[in-house]
Design a binder for this molecule. Sequence first.
Ligand SMILES: Nc1ncnc2c1ncn2[C@@H]1O[C@H](COP(=O)(O)OP(=O)(O)OP(=O)(O)O)[C@@H](O)[C@H]1O
Length: 231
Amino acid sequence: MTILNVNNLSVKFDNSQILKDITFHLSRGQYLAVVGPNGAGKSTLVKTLVRENRHFEGVFSFDKSIKTTGYVAQQNNDGSYFPATAKEVIISGLCRHHLLPFVSKSDRTRINTVIEELELEDLLDKGYFNLSGGQKRAVLIARAFVASDKLLILDEPTAGLDVTSQSRLYSCIRKLNDKFKTSILMISHDLERIIKEADSVLCIEHELKFFGKTEDFIKTETFKSLMEHHV
Ligand SMILES: Nc1ncnc2c1ncn2[C@@H]1O[C@H](COP(=O)(O)OP(=O)(O)OP(=O)(O)O)[C@@H](O)[C@H]1O
């Protein structure tokens, strides 16, 4: 079942063409890696899909089962202090549905499930800003899952973390994909890892370079060239 259809999506900023005619689709349970060199337009693509960028041409549509998406934006580590515990941050995922959320039984189940699956119990009462970088990202992924257990849109969630934390986050994402058939659309620069995780790849460099199965992508010149430039 297709849950996201993107057709000829184009974005221009100040007369500079950032994305041109990007077409792809995402199915239920699919794990799609979005790759490409720096400045290729990957974040612009996901910001458009989560409606943070409204200047675009073309169309995209979500299946009606997708009421909202779970989104983790690229982290820039300049967040100013905000007095919230990890638990409060996770629960705030419900605010993507309503400003003052009514916590239904299914919301409660989703919250408890993701806390258990990502093993976040010991962090719940700690101040979010006192957590390590890897712990913060895990909490943000949990928050995104609380917003939507159907589709997670993740912009380089492992960037800037040590190898162990990166590995742990990749395992968390895999678990959500395997256990709950949560579709994943994830930007990553870690080509070697992401091709082991994702079943399909969208490669862009302003234009579409490749969209299809990972096993086909790794046979392309585009893949070899990306690997050589070690993005
Ligand atoms: N709001 C904006 N206004 C003007 N230019 C922008 C805006 N947002 C992004 N850009 C430009 O669009 C280009 C693509 O940026 P984007 O962040 O989408 O690339 P990316 O592929 O995610 O890069 P990276 O891998 O380095 O994170 C960059 O040249 C950037 O400066």
